[in-house]
Design a binder for this molecule. Structure first.
Ligand SMILES: *Cc1c(COP(=O)(O)O)cnc(C)c1O
Length: 361
C-alpha cells in the first residue's frame, strides 16, 4: 500500500442494531468512515475513524457555492464470503474528472482504491450476505474554506462512508420527457457527478411525480429533440434488435459505469450496439411500427431498470411487457453473476478485498 492510513476503530459497533433483512437504501451506515484533507496543495491526514457527525463552519464554501462531488459503487460477498467491489478503478477516474470540472483537486494516485480496500477490511462484517444485498460505497469531496466569495476553495475534505443495502427491487418505472426543464448543455456540468445536478432536478421531478411518473427523461438543451438520460441512470433503447444509447461526446451525459458494462456485455453476446443520438421522433415512429422492443435505465443502484411508459406531451408510450425483454434480462443476469462472483471474471472487473481473518460464520 502506498498511503499511510491511520486507523481508529470504534469500541461500540452498531452492527447488532441493524436488521439486515429489512435494509432501506441509504438509511443504515456502517461503523467507520475514511477521511482525508486537502490544504496547501496536498492531500494528507488519511484516517479511518468511527462514523460520526462532523462540524462545519457556517461559511464552509461547499454549502454556498456548491463545490461538491460524489461517487457511488457497490461491494458484494460471493458464496465463500470474499468481498468483491465492482470496477472501483472506473469510479476513481470519474471522481477525478468531476473534480477537474468543478475546480477541485484530483486525489493522490491510488488513494481512492486503497481507502475503499482498507475501509471494507475494517467493516467487512457490514457487507451483507443476504441474497442480492450489497454494501453501497459513497465517496465524496467538498470544499471546506470558511470564506464568503466565489473562488476555488483552498481546502477540501474527501470522505468515504458505506451503507448496507438490501436487494434492490426495481419495479419498472414510468418516465416523462421534459421539454420545459433541461438537465445539461454542451459546455456545462452534465458529465460531472456534482451535487448541483441533482438539486436542479428536484423541482421538475415534483411535477412529473404529480402526474404519476417516477423519473424525468431529459432531452438535449438546444433542439430539445434528442434523449440524454434519466438523471440517476443512463438510458438504452432496443429497436429492431439493436441496442441504442446516446453518446457521451457532448459532455451532457454522465458516463455511467453500468452503461459501459452493459455495452461491453451486449457486444460479447453478439448484440449490435450503437452509441448515437436518438430523437424523440425516431422513437415515436419506431413505436408506431411496433419496432421498439425494450427501453431501460442503467445505474449502480439497481443495475438495470425496465422502463414501462415514456410520457411525451400528452401521450403515454407503452413499452412491451417485461416477459418479452430477453436481451436486457440476459445482460442484467450476466452483470449480477459477475458482481456476486458466480461466473469467471474474465474482464477483471472485480476488486477482491483481502480480509485477513474472515470472522463470518
Ligand atoms: C451515477 C449516475 C449514473 C449511473 O452511473 P453508474 O456509474 O452506472 O452508477 C447515470 N446518470 C447520472 C446522472 C448519474 O449521476
Amino acid at each position: 500500500m502506498k498511503h499511510e492510513i491511520k486507523v481508529n476503530k470504534t469500541n461500540s459497533s452498531r452492527i447488532n442494531e441493524v436488521d439486515f433483512n429489512n435494509l432501506q437504501f441509504g438509511k443504515e451506515f456502517s461503523d467507520h468512515m475514511f477521511t482525508a484533507e486537502y490544504s496547501n496543495g496536498v492531500w494528507s491526514n488519511f484516517q479511518i475513524e468511527p462514523m460520526r457527525p462532523i462540524e462545519f463552519h457556517p461559511a464552509t464554501s461547499a454549502f454556498h457555492y456548491g463545490q461538491a462531488i460524489f461517487e457511488g459503487l457497490k461491494a458484494q460477498k460471493d458464496k465463500e464470503g470474499n468481498i468483491l467491489v465492482f470496477r472501483p478503478d472506473m469510479n476513481a477516474k470519474r471522481m477525478d474528472i468531476s473534480a477537474e470540472r468543478m475546480g477541485m483537486p484530483a486525489l493522490p494516485e491510488g488513494l481512492f482504491i486503497e481507502a475503499i480496500d482498507e475501509l471494507l477490511k475494517i467493516d467487512s462484517t457490514w457487507v451483507p450476505t443476504n441474497e442480492n444485498a450489497s454494501l453501497y460505497i459513497r465517496p465524496f469531496m467538498i470544499a471546506t474554506d470558511n470564506y464568503v466569495g466565489i473562488r476555488e476553495s483552498e481546502n477540501y475534505k474527501f470522505i468515504i462512508f458505506t451503507c448496507p443495502v438490501g436487494a434492490y427491487y426495481s419495479a419498472p418505472v414510468n418516465v416523462y420527457v421534459s421539454e420545459e426543464y433541461i438537465r445539461a448543455f454542451p459546455g456545462g456540468v452534465g458529465f460531472a457527478k456534482c451535487a448541483g445536478n441533482y438539486a436542479a432536478s428536484l423541482y421538475p421531478l415534483r411535477f412529473a411525480k404529480q402526474e404519476g411518473y417516477d423519473q424525468i427523461l431529459w432531452l438535449d438543451g438546444i433542439e430539445k429533440k434528442y434523449f440524454q438520460e434519466c438523471g440517476t441512470m443512463n438510458v438504452f433503447f432496443i429497436i429492431d434488435n439493436i441496442l441504442i444509447t446516446p453518446p457521451l461526446d457532448e459532455g451532457t451525459i454522465l458516463a455511467g459505469i453500468t452503461r459501459d458494462s452493459v455495452i461491453i456485455l451486449a457486444k460479447e453476446m453478439g448484440i449490435p450496439v450503437e452509441e448515437r443520438k436518438i430523437s424523440v421522433a425516431e422513437f415515436i415512429q419506431a413505436h408506431k411500427e411496433n419496432r421498439v422492443q425494450d427501453v431501460f435505465g442503467a445505474g449502480t443502484a439497481a443495475t438495470i431498470v425496465s422502463i414501462n411508459i415514456i410520457g411525451y406531451r400528452d401521450v403515454k408510450y407503452q413499452i412491451p411487457a417485461l416477459e418479452t425483454r430477453t436481451i436486457s434480462t440476459a445482460i442484467k443476469n450476466q452483470l449480477n453473476q459477475i458482481k456476486y462472483g458466480e461466473v469467471a471474471d474474465n474482464k477483471h472487473w472485480m476488486m477482491k478485498v483481502k480480509v485477513a481473518q474472515n470472522l463470518e460464520v
